[in-house]
Design a protein around this ligand. Structure first.
Ligand code: HGY
Ligand code: MN
Ligand code: MN
Length: 415
């Protein structure tokens, strides 16, 4: 059966290159933190493109941006498609951005084809998916599905004490629309994303249908010691916060091997105070990101981390405090959307496989309130959250083509 809709590959490519220039780093990456000036610039460009595509644009209280195509039956529950435009500090230009532009290209191509979808389709840019400047991650989709309240999310602050709500206002994206599900609900959600792992590249496959997403726990651990002179203070009796943190961190890095094959743990941030060459550290603050597709493994990992930190502080006469920043449980995507994606892959006659995602995505929040699913395209050498992140453009086009047809199928389902 021929594919019902095709994309405009030139427009798709031009747009991608133009967006990749907004917040670009010298090494072809992106520095476009959520609610920064660069995020504002790319949002402005996105709104322009939604308007050029004759989509109805709305911005909600959390800055989520929607472009709506009405379809035959405007009262029907919409299909949502999209991802995120914010990036890691020195991240890649495909993470999130490819998904938003694929969704825009798909909906614009559907609108231009003579295949009127039965139900509305909305393109979405979700606010602050990365969670690097403001925690929690996936802020926009979390508020939209009601997993966390809009108030608590707007109150999140960055390292400099700026509140997300104030930054939204500063960049002009504190939208009027309520951040909540529509009365008629959401029919389904589909997101295309780069794999951010090596499997597709290793197996030379252009596509994967995603079965689910790992569960994760984010912790921020503050260890309190006592500053003292590095010279005259004998080693015994010191309350060295960094020595205690280092003991705990080396244990945390050994932990996944003892937990489960798919368990991973990362200490991404470390701050030391007063951070002076001849002062025994008074305070050490570090973060832990621990994940597995099995939630019992994540919970067991958190318990073991708590024990490691306690033992290390005992040894070094230090105190500690653990801030439980985020806990997202593992999420399996719905059969319905996975099957629609599989059918679109089959129609396009593209070789593909099924994968589980170690990275978190907005789709996992949408799965709480509707049927959600994802498509992956390869990451060369699995590199990501790194300026070297790369996906062959042919794979982006093949992915967008399949995505557009899966979107159209969902938009015509039980219509
Ligand atoms: O942390 C994640 O998995 C995503 O990149 N926000
Ligand atoms: Mn992402
Ligand atoms: Mn990311």
């Amino acid at each position: 059966m021929p594919a019902a809709v095709d994309i405009d590959a030139d427009r798709f490519r031009e747009r991608f290159e133009a967006y990749a220039d907004i917040g670009a780093t010298e090494n072809d990456g992106l520095h476009r933190l959520a609610l920064s000036d660069a995020d504002k610039r790319v949002r402005d460009r996105f709104v322009e493109d939604l308007e050029d595509a004759d989509l109805d644009v709305r911005v909600d209280e959390l800055g989520n941006i929607f472009g709506r195509y009405e379809g035959e039956n405007p009262a029907a529950a919409p299909v949502l498609v999209g991802s995120h435009l914010d990036s890691q500090p020195y991240g890649g230009r495909f993470d999130g951005q490819l998904g938003v532009l694929t969704a825009l290209e798909a909906v614009q191509s559907i609108a231009e084809a003579d295949v009127e979808p039965a139900r509305p389709v909305e393109v979405v840019n979700w606010t602050n998916e990365e969670g690097t400047r403001f925690q929690p991650s996936m802020m926009g989709s979390s508020g939209y599905v009601g997993f966390e309240t809009v108030e608590e999310l707007l109150a999140a602050t960055d390292r400099d004490g700026n509140a997300a709500g104030d930054e939204l206002e500063r960049i002009g994206y504190d939208g009027d629309a309520r951040c909540e599900l529509p009365e008629e609900g959401v029919h389904s959600f589909l997101e295309l994303h780069v794999e951010q792992g090596p499997v597709l590249d290793d197996r030379d496959l252009p596509l994967a249908v995603v079965d689910g997403v790992y569960g994760l726990s984010w912790l921020r651990i503050t260890i309190e010691g006592a500053a003292d002179h590095a010279g005259p203070t004998p080693m015994h009796g010191r309350e060295d916060a960094l020595a205690a943190a280092s003991d705990a961190i080396s244990e945390i890095n050994r932990l996944p091997g003892r937990l489960a094959d798919d368990a991973v743990a990362t200490v991404g941030e470390l701050d030391v105070e007063p951070n002076s060459i001849n002062v025994i550290p008074a305070r050490a603050t570090f973060t832990v990101d621990i994940r597995s597709y099995d939630d019992a493994v994540v919970d067991e990992g958190v318990e073991r981390i708590e024990r490691e930190v306690e033992a290390a502080c005992e040894r070094h006469g230090a105190d500690y405090e653990i801030d439980y920043v985020s806990r997202h449980e593992a999420m399996a995507f719905s059969e319905r959307v996975r099957d629609a994606a599989d059918r679109a892959v089959e129609t396009a006659d593209v070789p593909a496989t099924h994968l589980v995602s170690g990275a978190g995505h907005d789709a996992q929040h949408l799965q709480r309130v509707t049927d959600a699913g994802m498509l992956f395209v390869p990451s060369v050498d699995g590199r990501t959250h790194n300026e070297a992140e790369f996906t062959e453009w042919d794979d982006c086009v093949a992915g967008a083509h399949v995505f557009a047809n899966a979107t159209l199928e969902l938009a015509n389902e039980d219509a």
